[in-house]
Structure formats: C-alpha cells, structure tokens
Design a protein around this ligand. Structure first.
Ligand SMILES: [Zn+2]
Ligand SMILES: [Zn+2]
Ligand SMILES: [Zn+2]
Length: 225
C-alpha cells in the first residue's frame, strides 16, 4: 500500500502528513491534530515480498507430518501467510516457512495496535478540548446572557442554595444539557455556594470512579483465584 500524497484532512481540509508504519500509513494533520491509520486490506505489510513456502497442514505441534504440507506465499518482509494455497507440485523444492519471521511480524503488528490506541486516546482528548472551547465561547454568547437573566429573575436574584446571598452565577445541575438547557436544569447561586457545589460534584464523580475501579478489581481477582 502506497501513501496518498495529496490527501486532505477531513476535518479542516488542510494537507495531511503521512508516515509509513510498515503495516499501515499514519496520516496526521498539523493544523487541527486529526490522525488516522489506513491498513492494507490483505493484512500484509506495505512492502510485500511474496515467496512460496511449505506450511504444515496441521499446526498442532505434537503431530507434524513432514509430508503433509501445503504451499502458500509467505511475505519475506512481515512473515504473513498470504492468499490461498498454491499448487503443491509446482513448488516441491520450496523451503519450509520461516517461523521466526512470522513471530517478528506478529509483535510488530501489536505495536501498530498500540499506536492505534494512542491515536484514539488523542482523538478523545481533542474532542474534549474542542467541547470545552466551544463551551467557553457559548458562555460569552447573547443566548446565554439572556438565559442567565431569565433564571436570575425566576429565582428573584437570590442564591437558591443558601437563600441568604444575592445570586451572581448560574449553576448547571445537569452538565449533559450544556448548550441546550431546559430552564429547570439551571439554578441561581452565589459564588461561595457555586464553588462548594462544584467541589462536591467532583468528589462524587471521583467516588463513582473509585467504585467502578473497585468492582473491576474484584472481578479481575475472581478470575485470578
Ligand atoms: Zn485538519
Ligand atoms: Zn508483508
Ligand atoms: Zn449561596
């Protein structure tokens, strides 16, 4: 598989850089951070060197019949068995397949899987950052200013947490409604209460994460014992 040199970023239409990762091409955008891996369909590498090799018909190690083999192409670059069986009589003199090469190819493939995981983690991070950026913009919008005013008015400009201070901020009780808030999900608060509520929410989230981790560890241990 050859890299596409004039590939454009699907997110910002800028020019994409490419890097040959042996089994795939790693495209990345300097402008917006978009990344993707493109794989060879056959699952072989980007530079296949195919040679006919003898493969045992049975790969159950305890019963190898030296005469019971079939001929396949083995890629001499990545070790992969490629395609369908070739005619046995045409390749009587072919050597047996290279097991070491196959093992090396397998571990290189795992490295590519790790790379794919790293790219996915970076993508999630990017979309989180984009969300936060959009949200900060939204908080400056006229729409949000109007909503804030309506909520303050509804709550008589009083903090609905302590009912003693004047409200100066609007709190999202349900974060998932951000950008599209039903008014019942918003509440007027003073800055002191807002800070405390946010701290409480964060500690609840941490406890939930601890609980998930605890359950997960317990499950894991069950399998180990
Ligand atoms: Zn881009
Ligand atoms: Zn290959
Ligand atoms: Zn308050």
């Amino acid at each position: 598989m050859l890299p596409e040199k004039n590939k454009k970023c699907p997110e910002c239409n800028d020019h994409l850089n490419y890097k040959d990762e042996k089994f795939c091409i790693h495209y990345s955008c300097d402008n917006c951070g978009f990344e993707t891996l493109e794989w060879n369909q056959e699952g072989c590498c980007n530079d296949p060197i195919l040679k006919p090799r003898k493969f045992y018909a049975s790969d159950e190690g305890y019963f190898i019949d030296k005469n019971n083999y079939r001929i396949f192409n083995q890629c001499q670059n990545c070790g992969k068995k490629v395609g369908t069986a070739l005619k046995r009589t045409d390749y009587q003199d072919a050597p047996f397949f290279d097991q070491k090469l196959e093992g090396k190819g397998l571990s290189e493939r795992i490295n590519v899987k790790n790379l794919a995981n790293e790219i996915e983690a970076r993508r999630k991070n990017r979309s989180r950052n984009n969300f936060e950026q959009d949200y900060q913009e939204y908080l400056k919008s006229d729409r949000w200013k109007k909503i804030r005013e309506i909520v303050f008015e509804r709550d008589h400009y009083m903090c609905q947490s302590c009912l003693s201070e004047k409200a100066t901020e609007v709190h999202h009780t349900q974060g998932h409604f951000r950008f599209n808030e039903p008014l019942f999900s918003l509440v007027s608060v003073c800055s002191d209460c807002h800070r405390k509520i946010t701290e409480m929410e964060q500690s609840v989230k941490r406890r939930e994460m601890d609980l998930i981790k605890y359950k997960f560890d317990k499950e894991q241990n069950k399998h180990l014992s």
